[in-house]
Design a binder for this molecule. Structure first.
Ligand code: C5P
Length: 316
């Protein structure tokens, strides 16, 4: 995996007294294959995660209690109490390591809430890395990933970053062998979020009704596409089993995907459970032009350019 986080590296030793600032990326799923519903309420996944250059930043400072403040995307909408995944992550790490969960945490959000980009999971991953350094608990990456998995299916990937295969309910992550290529994306952010559990339920409903497309299944074509450099080949291999569910819940996303296609995107898919749509561009200049045209089409709240893969949660 590129730019892997190393618990025994220089960054892992920092933290006596803080502040510790951690940057964490958003994720897209280049392939999101959803299997059957399991008895524990999760679906078996076969996914390829990809970290892109839209970041949240979490700063941890010493404190007498545990507090969280935030600015940016979703400020004023997101509860800052014990229901917040950041607070839950801090408690989980402190409980595991046997330390008091005392820190003043501040979150600067650029990843939209409930957008299908795993923003909440990213913040939880950032909290684990930041508090581990602030408190000097110095857990191994495996230990952090274990705590991460209990917080959410996407959280272990956001500690690793890069491009990685996710199996199980998504929490079992292994790096993907890929050429050291940067892929260029245009990210169309919609107004409002979509509920992830609701998107999975809608997919189950479509499958029961016999109106769902056949499941994507194997990641082989996508993994082969990552071993070469032509973005057109990658474009042809992108896929998301949750896309039709997201479109059923938010029909306007079809207009967003059409507008991206009309603007010349190599491919467009719904990211995760949506409603964010991501478009693959041929290169950086193409991405900028595409972003301009998609903005002009007026189908998104905001349009951003990004590249990937990038590192996971890291001290900066
Ligand atoms: O793991 P996480 O808490 O992020 O998952 C949120 C919800 O998404 C789960 O409660 C479940 O409804 C759905 N989910 C699923 N199968 C997965 C991952 C998530 O059904 N593999």
């Amino acid at each position: 995996m590129t730019e892997a986080w190393r618990p025994d590296g220089e960054d892992g030793r920092r933290g006596a007294g803080g502040p510790v600032k951690v940057r964490v990326p958003a994720k897209v799923n280049l392939h999101l294959g959803v299997g059957p519903l399991r008895r524990d309420g999760y679906h078996e996944l076969n996914t390829v995660y990809h970290a892109i250059s839209i970041y949240d930043e979490l700063t941890a400072r010493p404190g007498d209690t545990l507090t969280l403040t935030m600015e940016g995307e979703g400020a004023g909408e997101l509860a800052l109490d014990d229901s917040n995944l950041v607070i839950r992550a801090a408690h989980a790490l402190a409980g595991y390591a046997g330390v008091l969960p005392h820190a003043r945490l501040h979150l600067r959000k650029q990843i939209p809430l409930a957008g299908g980009l795993a923003g909440g999971s990213a913040d939880a991953a950032a909290t684990l890395v930041a508090c581990d350094a602030l408190w000097g608990t110095r857990l191994s990456r495996e230990e952090l990933a274990g705590i991460a998995a209990d917080l959410g299916s996407d959280v272990p990937f956001l500690i690793h970053g890069g491009t990685a295969l996710g199996t199980g309910r998504g929490e079992a992550v292994s790096p993907v062998l890929a050429r050291p290529t940067s892929w260029h994306w245009v990210v169309g952010i919609a107004d409002g979020g979509l509920s992830t559990p609701a998107a999975y339920r809608e997919l189950d409903r479509l499958r029961e009704a016999g109106t769902a497309r056949p499941p994507l299944g194997s990641t082989d074509a996508l993994l082969a596409a990552l071993r070469q450099r032509d973005p057109r080949v990658l474009a042809a291999a992108l896929g998301n089993d949750l896309q039709d569910a997201a479109l059923a819940m938010r029909p306007a996303l079809a207009d967003t995907l059409k507008a991206g296609e009309a603007a010349g995107a190599l491919a467009g898919i719904v990211s995760g459970s949506g409603p964010t749509c991501v478009f693959l561009a041929a290169d950086e200049a193409h991405a900028r032009g595409l972003a301009r045209d998609l903005t002009a089409a007026g189908v998104c709240r905001e349009v951003r350019v990004a590249h990937g893969p990038v590192a996971g949660a890291r001290i900066v």
